[in-house]
Design a protein around this ligand. Structure first.
Ligand code: KG4
Ligand code: ZN
Length: 334
């Protein structure tokens, strides 16, 4: 009999549903919430309300596109954390109710582990062990992946995440939220060596991005005093320089981690792995250092339910089911 998993993702501002049959992804639907742009960041209460509005049609369409009837489902997997409590509650309550009505088990999925397992949606899939740089709006981690469900964080940020560094820099440049993709776009037309920003000194494999943010802020304040049009006149170069700095900070520890562990199979995951500067740098590392690199398709980099359904599939095979009394865990650790 086939294993068919419905995956649901609602940890932040994207409502997503996907259907996975025997490890093969049949659909992956995402409803993006545009409303947060006006506020310069995700407003948790508005995010929950939009999830509530979107979840039924998104799940319906994911099943329809997959050509799967809900009565054929083996289990429902959903993001239980980390994330915004109100957002997680919508996915959790919906998944529990639907599974209860269908008489099938539920599977609770860790959002960051799912970003790593996005690499198993399509070929080429990494062999074990491999290192995964998981970079999103809320996390920056180097994960040692020993098996599908066996992972260890060997380095992480002690303050801001890489995505935050992109978004906060973008905000200082007057760009709308989320700024990461815009910085990426404008950086393509700029000079990455025009401006130099602070790089952190953090022991071990950990990261820090708060110093970079302060360095950009002070530099802009100083320049704008002399020329109020400074940002406008240098926008592309500012974006290129900030992007180069963030990418180099990320890659430096990844090289260190590879040397320390002796592992040269290296993957990137999470929203920031959509960044073209980071992707280019990974290809450069493959050429220069002989790394075997793994970069997911854009669709599977940012938040999506396909990665939740994929993780759910692996947990299903291990009969890792949750109790129906489970509640979301906004600070879910590894
Ligand atoms: O994984 P994700 O979709 O959501 C979280 O779990 O946080 O990551 C979102 C983050 C945001 O900070 C966004 O600006 C960043 O990923 N991002 C990018 C790019 N695309 C998304 N940052 C830089 N360049 C991009 N192309
Ligand atoms: Zn994410």
């Amino acid at each position: 009999m086939s294993t068919i998993i419905l995956g649901i993702e609602s940890s932040c501002d994207d409502t997503s549903a996907a259907v996975c049959k025997d490890g093969k992804m049949l659909s992956n639907l995402i409803a993006n919430q545009e409303i947060h742009k006006a506020y310069g960041g995700v407003v948790p209460e508005l995010a929950s309300r939009d999830h509530e509005k979107n979840i039924v049609p998104v799940v319906h369409q994911a099943l329809e596109k997959a050509g799967v009837d809900k009565r054929e489902l083996s289990a429902i997997a959903f993001t239980v954390g980390p994330g915004l409590l109100g957002s997680l509650l919508v996915g959790t309550s919906f998944a529990k109710t639907m599974a209860m009505a269908l008489g099938i088990p539920i599977i609770t999925v860790h959002h960051m582990k799912a970003h790593v397992l996005a690499h198993f949606i399509e070929d080429p899939k990494p062999a074990f062990p491999f290192l995964c740089l998981t970079v999103s709006g809320g996390h920056t981690q180097i994960v040692l992946v020993k098996d599908h469900l066996e992972m260890e964080i060997i380095g992480q940020t002690i303050d801001d995440a890489a995505g935050e560094a992109f978004d906060k820099s973008a905000k200082m440049f007057g760009l709308p939220y989320p700024g990461g993709p815009l910085v990426d776009k404008l950086a393509k037309m700029g000079d990455p060596d025009k401006f130099a920003f602070a790089r952190p000194r953090v022991p071990g494999l950990n990261y820090s991005f708060s110093g970079l943010k302060t360095s950009v802020l002070y530099y802009l304040q100083k320049q704008e005093k002399e020329n109020p049009n400074f940002i406008k006149e240098n926008l592309n170069d500012l974006c290129a320089s900030v992007q180069k700095t963030i990418v180099e900070i990320l890659i430096k520890n990844l090289i260190k981690a590879s040397k320390e562990t002796g592992i040269e199979r290296i993957a990137i995951a999470g929203g920031v792995s959509a960044n073209s500067g980071l992707r280019d740098k990974m290809h450069e590392m493959a050429d220069r250092r002989g790394w075997e690199i793994f970069i997911p398709r854009f669709e599977y980099c940012t938040d999506n339910a396909a990665m939740i359904a994929m993780t759910g599939h692996f947990q299903y095979l291990k009969e890792d089911f949750a109790d129906f009394g489970v509640t979301p865990n906004p600070r879910f650790g590894f």
